[in-house]
Write a protein that binds this ligand. Structure first.
Ligand SMILES: *[C@@H]1O[C@H](CO)[C@@H](O)[C@H](O)[C@H]1NC(C)=O
Ligand SMILES: *[C@@H]1O[C@H](CO)[C@@H](O)[C@H](O)[C@H]1NC(C)=O
Length: 179
């Protein structure tokens, strides 16, 4: 699953010729924390289930059943300008915690409608946002790969400070930025 995500990301970069840029990072409006846990080998990565006023799903009028999007392609966008990005070493700790939990808790997790999942370690934070009105299932190893990829490729050298990876069908995105 990990290699699949990596190949998908690589393919999207090759197809696009370059990483696109977008000026609009997601912020959780009227944030409510529904649950908090600390995950990974050292239980030092914060994992929260959030409720945000601005994640009401309007993209799909037809409610589908739970959909597994593990392995789905996403396209990386970096947030401009450079400066103030997360330390990639801190993002690596989140990525490692996801791999650890993927092997020790379970490969998959569910994202309920309207409740983004948030992870944070030191300077780095990441959201998984479900943009549709049905529940999604995703895999921890793919989230880990995306965090690594975005953290390393949306840096000051790319005139960036973090970025996101948006599903080809826009049903979800992962964001990586400074906490
Ligand atoms: C995700 O939700 C489905 C449907 O409710 C359930 O069968 C499954 O066990 C859940 N998976 C996890 C990893 O929680
Ligand atoms: C999504 O999952 C939650 C928690 O398991 C469940 O209560 C809800 O009914 C599900 N929503 C849909 C649209 O299937």
């Amino acid at each position: 699953m990990k290699s699949f995500a990596f190949i998908s990301l690589l393919a999207s970069i090759l197809a696009g010729g370059a990483i696109a840029t977008t000026p609009l990072p997601f912020t959780c409006v009227d944030k409510e924390v529904l649950s908090t846990t600390y995950v990974g080998l050292n239980k030092d990565v914060k994992a929260e289930v959030l409720s945000c006023a601005n994640t009401l799903a309007t993209r799909d009028l037809v409610t589908k059943r739970q959909t597994d999007v593990c392995g789905a392609t996403c396209n990386t966008n970096c947030f401009t300008p450079s400066g103030g990005g997360p330390n990639p070493n801190d993002c690596q700790v989140i990525a490692d915690a996801l791999l650890y939990d993927g092997e020790n808790v379970g490969p998959l997790f569910n994202i309920t409608v309207g409740t983004p999942i948030y992870m944070q370690y030191a300077s780095c934070e990441s959201f998984f946002v479900n943009q549709v009105n049905y529940n999604l299932t995703y895999c921890r190893s793919d989230w880990s790969s995306v965090i690594d990829y975005v953290a390393l490729n949306c840096q000051a050298q790319q005139n960036a400070h973090g970025g996101n990876c948006v599903a080809s069908d826009q049903s979800w995105f992962i964001q990586v930025q400074t906490s």
